[in-house]
Write a protein that binds this ligand. Structure first.
Ligand SMILES: [Zn+2]
Length: 407
């Protein structure tokens, strides 16, 4: 008894002294600090952690990245820590342009370093620093472009298993798709707003609102902070036999903080306008952010995949987009041109009408305030649920499509 009390006192004292809580058995190690420093031609990225972890590294090109996989780590660091303008100690440093960290798959964490120029990993080793703490020291050195290309040819295996077989349902299945997650934070806005968290909370509200009526079976591509590749999201919708897929995102335009409002996107081979093209390029970059190889380049994707999208499905997507624009106008501030289209990779299921909603701008303080207000969110989510009910109203073709898709 006395011995146990002494152990507890010692652990408390140790954690107070070193700022890193000792890991309890079964808990993942916690990373509490990150820093970047330049030493000669080397750039050193360090993470302070409550336990030592082993790291497996590989390289990706276009854009050039170094990816470090490790067992589950809880990163107790603000998401913005690794953003280009907030690399610890100032702007991008040395070979590190920016870096991201987070859960990549169940029980796996990942750090993705965007390289300012081609570089190789010299070492990535944990060393004991004090008491119960370790410092993971990642050292990079510059290499030529040809050497980097050779390193990048060795690719990492992709995560995730095949989705489950389509579950039969007599009700239309609505697939809600909160964007980003895990290591891919999406846009980072004002007042610490992070897209992956805001869109998950919003999608949960839409799910609640849709489930309340009992008319729909609601599924989600993610219900927690996990990374889900874009193609996997499409696969999940198809495997579930979804009659409708709604991707939920939020934009950020730091150079124009006055820009606000919601926009609805549908898939098109040719972007409706420049803004829509920018948005599709950004959202299609989610896989790159997560440190996986995108299936195809953007231009190829737009042409080839849109041909696969059945004309009929595209028509239903536009019909739903119109219902949605009407309903959302009652609850949201809408963009001046609220219905747009571009080559979004997550909207290309050939048999599932799909739309992507940008809820607003995280670079705009008013939009962030609204998106974080549970009362506003409930009303806004309700407006989207109303549009879904309109789309599956007992009259008209969408009903027929719903029956067919729900089988
Ligand atoms: Zn997004």
């Amino acid at each position: 008894m006395r011995f146990a009390a002494w152990i507890v006192a010692w652990i408390v004292a140790a954690s107070l002294a070193f700022g890193v809580a000792p890991a309890r058995a079964g808990d993942p190690p916690v990373a509490v600090a990150a820093s970047v420093a330049v030493s000669g031609d080397r750039t050193i990225l360090e993470f302070d952690m409550s336990a030592a972890v082993d790291v497996r590294a590989f390289y990706l090109s276009d854009p050039d990245r170094l990816v470090l996989d490790m067992p589950a780590v809880r990163f107790d660091l603000p998401v913005a820590t690794g953003e280009p303008d907030s690399v610890p100690g100032g702007k991008a440093k040395g070979l590190v342009k920016s870096f991201r960290f987070g859960e990549f798959a169940r029980g796996k964490s990942r750090v993705v370093i965007d390289l300012a120029r081609p570089a190789r990993l010299v070492s990535a080793k944990p060393a004991r620093i004090a008491g119960a703490a370790y410092r993971l020291r990642i050292a990079l050195a510059p290499v030529g472009a040809a050497r980097f290309a050779a390193l990048a040819r060795k690719q990492a295996p992709e995560p995730g298993a095949k989705p489950a077989k389509a579950a039969k349902s007599d009700r239309p299945v609505i697939m809600l798709d909160p964007g980003h997650g895990g290591i891919d934070s999406g846009a980072v806005g004002v007042a610490g707003a992070v897209e992956k968290d805001i869109v998950l909370a919003f999608a949960m509200s839409v799910a609640d609102s849709l489930r309340a009526g009992g008319r729909f079976k609601v599924e989600m591509t993610r219900t927690d902070d996990s990374f889900v590749p874009l193609d996997k999201r499409v696969e999940l919708a198809r495997a579930a036999g979804a009659a409708l897929m709604i991707s939920i995102h939020a934009d950020s335009l730091p150079s124009a903080q006055g820009v606000a409002g919601a926009t609805i996107y549908t898939a098109a081979a040719k972007a409706s306008d420049k803004e829509a093209a920018r948005m599709a390029a950004r959202e299609n970059g989610a896989d790159a952010a997560g440190g996986i190889v995108a299936a195809t380049g953007d231009s190829a994707v737009n042409g080839i995949l849109f041909d696969l999208t059945r004309r009929e499905t595209a028509t239903y997507s536009r019909v739903f987009s119109r219902d949605l624009a009407k309903r959302m106008a009652g609850a949201f501030r809408m963009n001046a041109n609220p219905e747009r289209s571009a080559g979004f990779r997550v909207l290309i299921a050939p048999d599932v009408p799909s739309v992507l909603i940008e809820l607003g701008y995280l670079s705009n303080a008013d939009d962030v305030k609204k998106l974080r207000d549970p009362a506003w969110r409930e009303g806004a989510a309700g407006a989207i649920a109303s549009a879904v009910r309109d789309f599956f109203a007992p009259k008209g073709k969408p009903k027929a499509k719903a029956d067919q898709a729900a089988r």
